[in-house]
Design a protein around this ligand. Structure first.
Ligand code: C2E
Ligand code: MG
Ligand code: MG
Ligand code: MG
Length: 289
């Protein structure tokens, strides 16, 4: 269209850009009282133990129910919230809500909570975690905090002390989106992680540029095992990908093949089936039924 209808194409393009800019402005303005207005919700995506095919817990994923736009994905507003430090208040709500929900779940189920680097480097963060645990009664070892390497890039002098304080609380630490960004091995040396989450791009790539991506996953799994850490393959969507990551002995799997993030009640209904097992859905079910 741009080639033939030159100006028409351009007009269309700029209108799209304008709409995107306007929507961002709307989001920025409305984010400030979204919390007070009760517009946030947590959805839970099952984390599945690869060897036994059972649910080991869930990752809490934030959703914003905007009155006019509808459900807004975190990619569209976490960045905005980080610019204004609003992320600290939102992050506190997420942590308290996730701990309170999970405290009522069957014993061994864990809860994973994403923590923004902006929130992590706040001096009061370990105290907040301690408080959320105490207020909810959740056992510390059932809470897994997901952190990205952004924490190290922020270059805060308190980072090491924060890791130590969190470890002495007894919570678990996961390094999220591993393999994207710089992925320095120094991060693995310096911080006491319990789990590495292998980024979706490797899982997806393993069927396109198979050998290289599989070699990278193999190496991450070997490294994690040597350092006594678990591994999660993120974004597993097809049965071929599931077979592949199981074959590479990744310890945990998350992805649409099992379930999308869902409201708590739905998660619990799945997770508490007889043996707490979970059937791969969608593609897998079609293949085997
Ligand atoms: P993440 O922590 O890496 O979370 C995984 C993302 O992948 C989620 O997107 C999840 O819905 C999606 N996902 C899971 N399985 C599949 C799959 O099989 N295929 C595909 N295509 N996607 C899959 P979501 O919920 O949109 O969240 C995006 C990111 O936003 C998260 O990435 C995390 O970095 C951030 N985020 C979400 N909730 C929070 C929160 O409460 N606090 C903070 N600070 N960040 C959050
Ligand atoms: Mg995560
Ligand atoms: Mg991730
Ligand atoms: Mg991410």
């Amino acid at each position: 269209a741009a080639k033939h209808g030159g100006r028409g194409g351009f007009r269309f393009f700029s209108r799209e850009l304008l709409q995107a800019a306007e929507q961002r402005k709307t989001l920025e303005e409305d984010l400030h009282d979204a919390l007070e207005r009760g517009q946030f919700a947590l959805h839970y995506q099952p984390m599945v133990e690869a060897r036994t095919n059972t649910v080991s817990g869930a990752e809490a994923l934030l959703r914003w129910n905007h009155p006019t736009i509808g459900l807004v994905a975190p990619a569209s507003f976490i960045g905005i919230a980080e610019e204004s430090k609003l992320i600290c208040r939102i992050g506190e709500w997420v942590l308290r809500k996730a701990c309170a929900d999970a405290a009522a779940w069957p014993g061994p189920l864990r809860i994973a909570v994403n923590v923004s680097p902006v929130q992590f480097i706040e001096p009061g963060f370990p105290a907040l975690v301690a408080n959320a645990l105490a207020a909810s009664g959740l056992a510390p070892e059932r809470l897994e905090l997901e952190i990205t390497e952004g924490v190290f890039l922020a270059g805060s002098s308190t980072t090491e002390a924060t890791f130590n304080a969190l470890k002495s609380l007894g919570v678990r630490l996961a390094l999220d989106d591993f393999g994207t960004g710089y992925s320095s091995l120094a991060y693995l040396k310096s911080a006491p992680f319990d789990k590495i989450k292998i980024d979706q791009s490797f899982v997806r790539g393993a069927t396109v540029d198979g050998a290289r991506n599989r070699a990278i996953i193999t190496a991450i799994v070997a490294l994690a095992r040597a350092l006594d850490m678990e591994t999660t393959a993120e974004g597993v969507e097809t049965f071929d990908q599931l077979d592949m990551v199981r074959g590479l002995e990744v310890s945990h799997v998350q992805g649409y093949i099992y379930a999308r993030p869902m409201p708590e009640a739905e998660f619990l209904a799945n997770a508490t089936q007889a043996d707490w097992g979970i059937e791969p859905s969608g593609y897998a079910r079609q293949r085997y039924d």
